[in-house]
Write a protein that binds this ligand. Structure first.
Ligand SMILES: [Zn+2]
Length: 213
């Protein structure tokens, strides 16, 4: 298996906490899934990340262009126009929830749903994001087999803001990188100018010596 590098992002974890996670993006629909990276643990764990994504039904390709979510895991499922909207999976067009989907969501809810409410900080959106399934499905399974969301609109807002901030930071980092590159180019140009000046001065000295002027 070739070593894959997944972008690392910060995702909400616990109350007002965040954890690093490797992110995979479906090349067909832009759907996302995350592999949380525990702090203090070797963060170069692409094999484990690959396994984690594969366990969730993802096809992990040799590069990001060939990563596909469970919904688009086979070429047949990828027929039709790309719906690359770069939105979270919950914004995907709903398709029929299969038995396997239901089981996976059920398992996850078993883990993160407490007494008549989600355990903090879990929400429908967080589960949908974690599993890479539409939020609708999570709502359906949760309503049917568990109970009310008992989630906190404030926390949902927080998740939205976190995503927004992540995007802003990425844009900022890109701007910084561009500025840094410009500085390097400027320094190189200056060095080149200095070299030309030195050569010119040497020539001037030679003229002085040989032509005596
Ligand atoms: Zn997809």
């Amino acid at each position: 298996m070739s070593i894959r590098i997944f972008p690392q992002v910060s995702i909400p974890f616990g109350t007002n906490q965040a954890t690093k996670a490797m992110r995979i993006t479906c090349a067909h629909c832009g759907g996302l899934a995350y592999f949380p990276v525990a702090t203090g643990v070797n963060t170069d764990a692409p094999i484990e990340a690959v396994q984690h994504f594969q366990n969730k039904g993802w096809v992990v390709g040799g590069d990001p262009e060939t990563d596909f979510c469970r919904k688009h895991s086979t070429p047949a499922k990828r027929k039709g126009p790309k719906t690359m909207t770069n939105t979270a999976p919950m914004a995907d067009k709903p398709r029929e929830m299969g038995r396997e989907d239901r089981r996976i969501i059920n398992d996850k809810l078993d883990e993160v749903y407490g007494r008549e409410a989600y355990k903090a900080p879990w929400t429908d959106a967080a589960v949908a994001r974690d599993l890479g399934v539409p939020r609708d499905w999570v709502v359906q399974v949760r309503d049917q087999f568990f109970g009310p969301a008992g989630s906190n609109p404030l926390y949902d807002q927080f998740i939205g803001e976190t995503e927004h901030l992540e995007k802003s930071f990425r844009a900022f980092a890109e701007t910084c990188a561009a500025a840094e590159q410009a500085t390097v180019a400027q320094r190189q140009a200056h060095a080149e100018l200095t070299r030309q000046m030195d050569a010119y001065r040497a020539l001037a000295r030679k003229v002085e010596r040989e032509i005596g002027r």
